[in-house]
Design a protein around this ligand. Structure first.
Ligand code: PGA
Length: 229
């Protein structure tokens, strides 16, 4: 299983360092085949070493240049970061990234050989129209994306389940992941209110190969409940 912690706009450089030290001290008991990823805020990126991979929540698809407020390849290379989250619904919906922007970012970081955790997900309105509408929407989020890219992981995150405490049901996740697996033969993560109380049933679903976690990843205790479940 893959366990990915997305801190979003939480934690500082100082608290991230403490978090990682604490986490590393307890990761020795994790299963060897399990993989842990941490996506801290940009200001906390650093060359941390341990049984985990540090990735960036975002970057602009350039080496460097005049892009106020963004970071590029040069800033990531300083800390040997070569893992990136692309397409998160918060970047699409709040920061206004279009599918074209997302695809451009994907192509650039693919060229650089980055491991890409690529997020897709539907709104509640679409979910209520049934699985065909959901799949049509999810497939539209692969437009311009090379789904055969070798370092490609997909995170299915229904928007209505992110940060709401409302997890998709086992049936909904099963049906969606089975349908996704037929079109993208890559590791599939589920994201959306994953926590200690639901990790067992989610991890047991056949085509769920990991989880992308926001809220429950913010404290080492609650994240370890998932990783060591
Ligand atoms: P959540 O966030 O676990 O807080 O629902 C998941 C995500 O957005 O990656």
């Amino acid at each position: 299983m893959i366990y990915a912690a997305n801190f979003k706009t939480n934690h500082t450089r100082y608290t991230t360092k403490n978090y990682i030290q604490d986490l590393q001290a307890k990761l020795s008991t994790k299963k060897a085949e399990d993989k842990v990823y941490i996506f801290p805020p940009l200001t906390a990126l650093d060359t941390f070493e341990g049984d985990f991979t540090i990735g960036t929540q975002n970057a602009y698809p350039v080496k460097n240049g005049a892009f106020t407020g963004e970071i590029g390849l040069e800033q990531l290379a300083e800390f040997n970061i070569n893992t990136i989250l692309i397409g998160h619904s918060e970047r699409r919906d709040i920061l206004g990234e279009s599918q074209q922007d997302v695809a451009k970012k994907f192509s650039f970081f693919k060229e650089q050989g980055f491991e890409i955790i690529y997020c897709i997900g539907e709104s509640l309105e679409i979910r209520e129209q049934g699985i065909n509408a959901v799949m049509e929407h999810l497939l539209s989020q692969f437009e311009g994306i090379d789904t055969n890219y070798e370092n490609f992981v997909v995170a299915y995150e229904p928007i209505w389940a992110i940060g709401t405490g409302r997890t998709a049901s086992v049936e909904e996740i099963t049906e969606t992941h089975n349908a996704l697996k037929k079109v993208v033969n890559k590791p599939l993560l589920y994201g959306g209110s994953v926590k200690g109380q639901n990790i067992e049933e989610i991890a047991r679903i056949k085509n769920v190969e990991g989880v992308l976690v926001g809220g429950a990843s913010l404290k080492t205790e609650t994240f370890l409940e998932l990783v060591l479940h």
